[in-house]
Design a protein around this ligand. Sequence first.
Ligand SMILES: [Zn+2]
Length: 421
Amino acid sequence: MAGSRRAVFVCCDGLGRNWVRPDTTPVLDDLRQRSLWCDAHSAVFPSVTRVSAASVATGCLPARHGLHGNRMGLIEDGKIVVRDVGNPDFRTHMRRATGGTLLVPSLAERVAKAGGFIGFSNVSPGAAYFLDPEHFGHIYHRAGSYAPGGARIEGTQALEVSHDAAGDWAMTERFCREVREDRRPAAAFLWLADPDHTLHGVPLGSPAHHDALAAAGRCVSEVFRTVGRLREEGEEILLLVGSDHGQETIGAGIAIEDWLAARGLAGLLEAGDVAVAGQGTAALFYATDRGRAPLLGILDEMSRAEWAGEILAGERLGEQGFAALGGVVAAVDMARQGEANPYGVAGRRWVAAEQGKPVPIGSGQHGGWGPDETRPFLMMNDGGRSSGTLQRPTCITDIAPTIARFLGLPGEGFDGKCLTS
Ligand SMILES: [Zn+2]
């Protein structure tokens, strides 16, 4: 395979750009010195993992790939039903309601006949499967691993790892073996659970957060070592290391459905004519033709509620790379106050409480368009040819077109742009 080109992307889920520093992430800071660093890199809206996975995989914004959020409304028998995209069976519901899954091809489809794709993910099943929802490549996840065509991978060939830092490490070792010796695909994604998984239960800047940053750094270091060996063997490898979003601090929670019900919309909520899909620090509002006017009519009052930040409706959703599609009529970014947490990290957010689930006040969260959650990091290492800082705005949708260009594949059909163009 000497002389062939391959690409590797590692995602440190939830690792905000302002945490990439010599004191907090020495491994990433060291790699940054030998890479092209994206200094104005941004998330997509909603800044949640499942949507981000689809945007990384397709190089497109949600308006184009069609996956709305971590939770998403589907029209089922004329009613809006909000479903959790994280569940393994979500794609079945999405296909039944919309006729398909993603509206645009994933990188896995683009490389299917040009060296193939593997994705290893230790986040939710939904986020893993939306890297390649129609099974053009290999997807490895603890809830089930799949070969091209959708056949389930069984036994020792499946991925049995824990949903924590130890699982990330075991997955990374397996990933490196697959990339170097076994599968040797043209494009390979490694999506770590940490630091995101840890931060959902601890404060930003806490010792546990720092441990999670170190654990993610150890995994990146192992991949970088593997890439180095492949380069010594004569392969041309493009290595991208980044994240999907950052995190902010939960200050308080509100059950938005209850707020709407108290203002006369209880019947419409019950009938499935109005629905709320909470996205952590944001929420999407869905309505049928019957629910649209009452919902739009309450937005003015909502904008004055202490829990609501900016509200976008209709075509203004396009400003966030979103679209009024599939019944979405509005979105709210939850309010933010400036004060610091016990570890000196500024910013506390209201979050949309999921019914029946406690709100972990003081822990991390994301989903909206707040200043820290929308700043992931990205660096591109091509063996030393590219270095320095890219000042122009970049987005997680730039990852797929950058890989496509490197592999010599057609560059049409992306919202993102190649980092080197
Ligand atoms: Zn994430």
